[in-house]
Ligand binder design. Structure first.
Ligand SMILES: *Cc1c(COP(=O)(O)O)cnc(C)c1O
Length: 391
C-alpha cells in the first residue's frame, strides 16, 4: 500500500529523505481528468508515455479516462494488465515492430493503429492477416511553430502522401482517420485550427474519413499566461464544424492531464552565489526544467510549511558529472536558500519520472501520495462532487 501523507511539509517533519521525492496527488489527477473529459466533444485518450506510474494511471481511470494512446507493446501490456478489456487502446506510434502489431492485434484486441508511410500500412495488413476490421489513422505532418517543444521533423505524411495512404488503407478498415500533433505545450489554439483545416482538405481529396484525432499538445498552466483548455476546445469545435464532415473526434493529451497532479521535492546540496546544486537534475526527474525553461513554480519547503517568496533568480545544477546537467534560470526562490533546504518543484507530472535514467548511479526517487491542495495551481479545477464523480 502506498504511503499517504498530508503534504511535503508533513513528510519533512517526519523524516529526512535521502533521495528526491515524487509527490503524487491522485485527487488532483482525478479532477483534471474529469474536467478534460467533460469539456472535450469526443473521446479523450491519455498519452501513456507522459507518465506511466500506476498510481497516476489509476487516478486518471477513476477520473473517467477510458482510452489510452500507447507507443509500444510494453505500454499495451501494461494498460491491459491494469484495466483489462474495458478500456480502448490506440497504438499511435507511426513506426512499430511487426511483432508488436501482431501481439497488439491478436492478443490484446487493439484495432486502431497510426501510420504515416506505405510500408507501415503493408506491415499492418500483413501481420493482421489481411484484417478488415482495422481503424487506421494516418498521421499528417503539421507546423509545430506554436509549441514550446516541437515534435515535427520525425513523423507525419505530407498532404499528397496522406491522400494516397488513405486511399490505399480504405479496403482494410472499419474506420479511417487522420491525426496530427501540433507539438507539446502548444500555446496557440490557432495551430489546431490550421491543422484541422489541412486535415479537411486531405480528407476531401481522399473521399472522406470517419475519425479525426487532434492529438496532444494542450498546454499545462505553469505560469498562468497559457490559454486554458476550453480555448482549445472552442477552436477545435469551430474548425471541425467548418469543413471536415461528420467525424468521431478524439484527442490525446499527455501533459495537460498529469502536469499539475505531481510535484518533486529536491534538496539543495550546495549553494555558490546564485547557483544551486541539487540532488536531482535532467538525467533524473527534472529534464523539463531545462527543455521548457524556467517556468516551473518553485517553493522552499520546511517542516513548518511552504515559503513561496520569489526573491532571487537562481541557476540550478543537477547531481551528475555532466555539465549538460544544468537548468539555467532565473528560477525564483527565497534569497536565503541554503544547503540542506528542500525545494518543491510544482507542475512536475509530465515527462519527469518517465525520463529518469540511472546515469552516474543516480536517478532513484522515493514516491509518495499526498492529500493536500497544492500551492502551485494556476487554475484549480472546480471541486467535483461525489455524485458527479460517480455519474
Ligand atoms: C507525446 C504524444 C502525445 C501527448 O503529447 P502532449 O504534448 O503531452 O499532450 C499525444 N500523441 C502522440 C502521438 C504523442 O507522441
Amino acid at each position: 500500500m502506498a504511503e499517504v501523507l498530508g503534504s511535503a511539509a508533513a513528510l519533512l517533519s517526519r523524516t529526512s529523505p535521502d533521495l528526491p521525492v515524487v509527490l503524487i496527488r491522485p485527487h488532483v489527477l482525478r479532477r483534471r481528468a474529469q474536467g478534460v473529459v467533460a469539456a472535450f466533444p469526443g473521446r479523450v485518450l491519455y498519452a501513456v508515455k507522459c507518465n506511466d506510474d500506476e498510481r497516476v494511471l489509476r487516478a486518471l481511470h477513476e477520473g473517467g479516462i477510458r482510452a489510452f494512446d500507447v507507443a509500444s507493446i510494453g505500454e499495451v501490456r501494461r494498460i491491459r494488465a491494469l484495466f483489462g478489456t474495458d478500456v480502448e487502446i490506440a497504438f499511435m506510434h507511426p513506426v512499430k515492430p511487426a511483432a508488436a502489431v501482431a501481439e497488439a492485434y491478436h492478443r490484446h484486441g487493439v484495432r486502431r493503429f497510426a501510420l504515416d508511410h506505405v510500408s507501415e500500412l503493408e506491415k499492418i495488413v500483413a501481420v493482421t492477416g489481411g484484417a478488415r476490421d482495422l481503424e487506421l489513422v494516418v498521421r499528417l505532418a503539421v507546423a509545430n511553430d506554436g509549441a514550446l517543444l516541437a515534435l515535427s521533423g520525425k513523423f507525419g505524411a505530407e498532404p499528397e502522401e496522406a491522400v494516397a495512404l488513405l486511399r490505399r488503407a480504405r479496403p482494410h478498415v472499419r474506420r479511417l482517420g487522420l491525426t496530427f500533433h501540433v507539438g507539446s505545450q502548444c500555446l496557440d489554439p490557432g495551430a489546431f485550427a490550421r491543422a484541422i483545416h489541412l486535415a479537411g482538405e486531405v480528407a476531401a481529396a481522399a473521399g472522406g474519413i470517419e475519425h479525426l484525432d487532434v492529438g496532444g499538445g494542450f498546454p499545462a498552466r505553469y505560469v498562468g499566461d497559457e490559454p486554458p483548455f476550453e480555448a482549445f476546445v472552442a477552436v477545435v469545435r469551430e474548425a471541425v464544424g467548418h469543413g471536415i464532415g461528420a467525424v468521431d473526434l478524439a484527442c490525446e493529451p499527455g501533459r495537460l492531464l498529469v502536469a499539475d497532479g505531481v510535484s518533486v521535492l529536491v534538496r539543495v546540496e550546495q549553494r555558490r552565489g546564485r547557483r544551486l546544486y541539487l540532488n536531482d537534475g535532467i538525467y533524473g526527474s527534472l529534464a523539463e526544467l531545462k527543455w521548457l525553461g524556467p517556468r516551473f513554480p518553485l517553493a522552499r519547503v520546511r517542516p513548518e510549511g511552504i515559503d513561496r517568496r520569489a526573491e532571487l533568480g537562481y541557476d540550478l545544477f543537477g547531481p551528475t558529472c555532466d555539465s549538460v546537467d544544468s537548468m539555467p534560470g532565473p528560477h525564483w526562490l527565497p534569497a536565503d536558500v541554503a544547503a540542506g533546504d528542500w525545494i518543491e518543484v510544482g507542475m512536475a507530472g509530465a515527462y519527469t519520472r518517465t525520463l529518469a535514467t540511472r546515469f552516474n548511479g543516480l536517478g532513484e526517487a522515493r514516491v509518495v501520495e499526498v492529500a493536500d491542495e497544492p500551492w502551485y495551481l494556476v487554475d484549480p479545477a472546480p471541486p467535483v462532487t461525489t455524485e458527479m464523480a460517480a455519474a
